[in-house]
Ligand binder design. Structure first.
Ligand code: GUN
Ligand code: ZN
Length: 374
């Protein structure tokens, strides 16, 4: 009995993109899908009913942050993360590997795990594959992530090779330490940077361990877009057809479409929620910085093509006023719209896959959004 399963429904004849369905103990969702990020057991400013409302069925949360605050023991005592935060849809937790590397100071990577100082008060901490599994078992997420190393870009081939080999050894230890494989699916993470031979090595190692899903990690770490696309092109075919593929930390609208075209099924990113909080919105005509003075008397919605709650009821002039005066409703409205925009974009991507026209959809979407067609 595996906790997480994937069904491939069809592939787009024009692009090879995959339409599929992932099933977890908390329901199922169609892919390609964008997962809103709720780092601290909340998608900032959004109540769970609102997430349901926009059509989100899976959200992401973080091992590292919940371990530090409030502590996974408290979440477990509450009845697990779903109960604690009142979310009955699916939850994926990242392992803490990436956060330890991006947030903490003075880390030291050893075979046993990573020693580092906590980003809040500087306290000395240690996280290992076993620790990351124990925390995620306590949180009770539907999809857990293996504890990996995400090296910076660029990294030398020599460093990357030793890192990939360590990440494979850590993945074995994660499988061994995972206590609830019948209730929580554990995904492996492919690393290897921009090096094709190392992505091959990483994929070969992890696929032989037979995880119920695979992530492609180590991307969106500062590399140019064409490097990311090339890595996806040679990495995606190394992964099993009958398992979901998750591209970690990617959420710009162009990368979601380009990732789906290269066979990716799942995406997450803080981008839509983060930029919403400083008044930047994603719209069908590109980014709108609603704080901008030019919108002071603009009594039209953020996006005339959007039918979200925000766009049906409020104007740019009003949202600009709320954000300029630090009224909390302002960032709630922009967050709601940005998440709706990406969830809807993925709905449109799935529709285009069904009709074998994702390539045409990409051309039209990129033209209207203002991305240059490469
Ligand atoms: N989030 C974005 N990239 C990564 C990665 O490479 N590993 C992990 N664990 N999380 C990520
Ligand atoms: Zn809207």
């Amino acid at each position: 009995m595996t906790a997480v399963s994937y069904e491939l429904i069809k592939t787009c004849k024009q692009t090879g993109a995959r339409l599929g369905r992932v099933t977890t103990p908390h329901g199922s969702f169609e892919t390609p899908v964008f997962m809103p990020v709720g780092t601290l057991a909340t998608v900032k400013t959004m109540a769970p009913e609102e997430l349901k409302d926009i059509g989100a069925n899976i959200i992401l949360s973080n091992t590292y942050h919940l371990w530090l605050r409030p502590g996974e023991d408290i979440v477990e005592e509450a009845g697990g993360l779903h109960q604690f935060m009142n979310w009955d849809g699916s939850i994926l937790t990242d392992s803490g590997g990436f956060q330890v590397f991006s947030l903490s100071d003075m880390r030291e990577i050893k075979e046993e795990g990573v020693h580092f100082r906590n980003h809040i008060n500087g306290e000395k901490l240690f996280l290992s594959p076993e620790g990351a599994m124990q925390i995620q078992n306590s949180l009770g997420s539907d999809i857990m992530m293996a504890f990996d190393e995400c090296p910076p870009y660029p990294a030398s081939h020599e460093y990357m090779k030793s890192s990939v080999e360590r990440t494979s050894r850590w993945a074995e230890r994660c499988l061994e330490a995972h206590q609830k494989p019948d209730q929580q699916g554990l995904f492996g993470i492919i690393q290897g940077g921009e090096y094709e031979d190392l992505r091959k090595q990483s994929a070969r190692d992890l696929v032989s361990m037979d995880f119920p899903g695979y992530a492609i990690g180590g991307l969106s770490v500062g590399e140019p877009k064409d490097v990311m696309n090339r890595v996806l092109e040679f990495t995606s075919p190394l992964l099993p057809q009958n398992k979901p593929r998750y591209l970690m930390g990617v959420g710009s609208p162009d990368s979601l479409v380009d990732g789906a075209i290269r066979g990716v099924d799942m995406f997450d990113c803080v981008l839509p929620t983060r930029i919403a909080r400083n008044g930047t919105c994603m719209t069908s005509n590109g980014r709108v910085v609603v704080r901008n003075a030019k919108f002071a008397r603009d009594f039209t919605p953020l996006d005339e093509n959007c039918d979200c709650y925000t766009c049906r009821n409020y104007t740019k002039a009003y949202i600009r006023h709320l954000i300029k005066t630090n009224e909390t409703l302002g960032i709630r409205l922009t967050t709601y719209h940005n998440l709706y925009f990406l969830v809807k974009l993925m709905e449109n991507v799935r529709e285009a896959i069904k009709e074998d026209r994702l390539g045409d959809f990409r051309d039209q979407f990129f033209d209207q959004y203002g991305f240059n067609k490469p």
